[in-house]
Design a protein around this ligand. Structure first.
Ligand SMILES: *[C@@H]1O[C@H](CO)[C@@H](O)[C@H](O)[C@H]1NC(C)=O
Ligand SMILES: *[C@@H]1O[C@H](CO)[C@@H](O)[C@H](O)[C@H]1NC(C)=O
Ligand SMILES: *[C@@H]1O[C@H](CO)[C@@H](O)[C@H](O)[C@H]1NC(C)=O
Ligand SMILES: *[C@@H]1O[C@H](CO)[C@@H](O)[C@H](O)[C@H]1NC(C)=O
Ligand SMILES: *[C@@H]1O[C@H](CO)[C@@H](O)[C@H](O)[C@H]1NC(C)=O
Ligand SMILES: *[C@@H]1O[C@H](CO)[C@@H](O)[C@H](O)[C@H]1NC(C)=O
Length: 469
């Protein structure tokens, strides 16, 4: 796929189309029209609602987690634009992947599922609850209960780690011991736990969730994965299973790690509104300044580690969209940050729109010719890279400029109109570790297209872990 993309990009540069995304920031009609075009191009990649295909899955080379991230994006798309074209496929996908265990551990994924993979689906369900996305029929799992189910599974796994005494806590990246990455504790997995715990605390008012959010954040800080100045490092390798050493920390910074903690800390700031506010607010400010210092160049978002040198893999090509989502969520939770964050969102949106002028081969993009979005936003044009990540990033960049302090609904809670039904004990029925009855995975089984890229990156970078190797 990657080789394909490059070839397609080269061709389309020769045959530049004149169609482009027309965007005037601040003009809602213009923004909605641009997002509708980009969303159309994005959802053309989705084949899961075709007869014989599996609802919720994206075709190769996209991993399962990225589909969860995409449906989370589409739930916000509906809220912000009012366009419900994709609601039905979104519900169908989410419910199919949630079932039958009702905690986003579908059997087809259990051999390779990481805590972060599960988390991106859980965060999509959380957005559904917060947006009052249409509730599923009563005999189906409900959005809030699904998030609580994943939270409960995280607690179980975290407590197992604590019982082992491994590094004083921290979720492991992988769920199953036979997967590479079981010995890696990464910020994105713990970030998923932290983010849903904070949002569950806000939605339900239940202190237990806030306590877990506080605990996970403290672990990240204590182990050195979140620095006092707000930088978030990728993860730490557990070398002797008791001790996490400074030397074993992978210091690479990815935009989504910054964003997931920034947003969760903003939620904690919003709900603490009292003696502990200062601590959370200080964390928000530090995370935000570390984010803007490293990931924004002239106010334009750049995936700083891999984008300038052109080696972002399929997963990493989607991270900018999530940071954008969480920047917007942060200013909603801490409203005095609108003045700091809005200009970054607006500049990046304008730049992203200028990159949506591609006309790749139809085997690479089936949206409207002349509107394919490239990856780099700093070049004033289309760079030839296309895919789910590129479309989702640009969609996010543009649609989150619709978030304002007047007309945008604030995420609801159980006491401010939220209708999603919860179950604090959800998710615990399949308490057996997923995949524990399956034979260990062999390298030969790992045929997903991203693997080769990641393996090469591993040798180049000397080891950094990404979502779903
Ligand atoms: C799949 O969903 C899209 C809307 O996202 C719709 O246009 C298309 O007709 C659906 N396909 C099938 C087979 O239902
Ligand atoms: C698992 O895979 C089978 C075979 O492709 C498919 O029929 C089923 O719908 C999948 N289940 C889920 C939850 O994706
Ligand atoms: C929490 O967020 C809401 C919604 O934006 C806002 O009205 C409120 O002022 C925030 N509370 C605090 C303490 O920041
Ligand atoms: C924050 O605390 C103040 C003073 O106790 C109170 O008036 C206000 O309603 C609280 N805000 C929220 C969002 O709970
Ligand atoms: C910012 O972007 C400019 C123009 O593309 C580039 O020359 C410069 O190197 C970038 N700065 C950083 C810190 O990446
Ligand atoms: C609060 O959440 C915890 C953890 O899931 C649960 O055990 C408890 O029953 C919940 N309390 C209420 C009042 O829902």
């Amino acid at each position: 796929m990657r080789g394909f993309v490059w070839i397609a990009g080269a061709v389309s540069l020769l045959a530049q189309s004149t169609v482009a995304i027309d965007l005037t920031i601040g003009d809602d009609a213009s923004v909605k029209s641009a997002t509708s075009t980009i969303a159309f191009g994005l959802m053309k990649y989705y084949t899961g609602n075709r007869t014989g295909d599996v609802p919720g899955n994206l075709p190769d080379p996209y991993f399962w987690w990225e589909a969860g991230a995409m449906f989370g994006t589409m739930i916000d798309y509906w809220l912000l634009t009012g366009d419900d074209t994709y609601n039905e496929v979104t519900s169908q996908a989410m419910l199919h992947q949630a079932a039958p265990t009702r905690n986003f551990e579908p059997e087809n994924q259990t051999r390779t599922e990481g805590n972060d993979d599960q988390g991106f689906w859980a965060m999509a369900a959380m957005s559904a609850a917060e947006n009052n996305f249409p509730n599923p029929p009563a005999d189906q799992p409900q959005w809030l209960a699904l998030v609580q189910a994943v939270f409960n599974r995280y607690v179980q796994r975290y407590q197992e780690v604590e019982a082992e005494g491994s590094c004083g806590g921290g979720l492991r990246w992988q769920i199953s011991a036979f997967n590479n990455g079981f010995n890696y504790k990464n910020s994105i997995s713990n970030g998923c736990f932290f983010n849903i715990a904070a949002r569950l605390a806000r939605f339900t008012g239940n202190q237990t969730y806030a306590d877990w959010a506080t605990k996970v954040y403290a672990w990240e800080e204590g182990i050195g994965l979140i620095k006092p100045d707000g930088r978030v490092f990728d993860g730490v390798t557990v070398t002797d299973n008791t001790n996490c050493k400074e030397a074993d920390i992978d210091q690479i910074q990815w935009s989504y790690n910054q964003g997931i903690f920034l947003h969760g800390a903003a939620v904690m700031t919003n709900i603490s509104n009292g003696s502990t506010t200062t601590a959370w607010r200080g964390r928000v400010d530090n995370l935000l300044s570390a984010t803007t210092n490293l990931f924004y160049n002239n106010s334009i978002l750049v995936e700083q580690f891999c984008e300038p040198r052109g080696f972002c893999d399929i997963d990493q090509q989607s991270f900018k969209g999530y940071l954008t989502r969480w920047m917007a969520g942060t200013m909603q939770m801490v409203p005095d940050l609108f003045k700091t964050i809005s200009p970054l969102l607006q500049a990046s949106a304008t730049a992203a729109a200028q990159a949506c002028t591609g006309t790749p081969d139809p085997s690479e993009f089936r949206g409207i010719p002349g509107t394919a979005c490239g990856f780099k936003w700093t070049e004033g044009g289309f760079d030839g890279l296309v895919g789910v990540g590129e479309q989702m990033n640009a969609l996010s960049a543009i649609m989150y400029t619709l978030v304002d302090q007047v007309s945008t609904p604030v995420p609801v809670t159980a006491s401010t109109g939220g209708t999603s039904v919860g179950d604090p004990n959800a998710g615990l029925d399949n308490a057996k570790a997923p995949g524990s009855e399956l034979p260990p995975i062999k390298t030969g089984d790992r045929v997903a297209a991203g693997f080769l890229t990641t393996a090469i990156l591993f040798s180049i970078m000397g080891g950094s872990a990404f979502v779903m190797i």
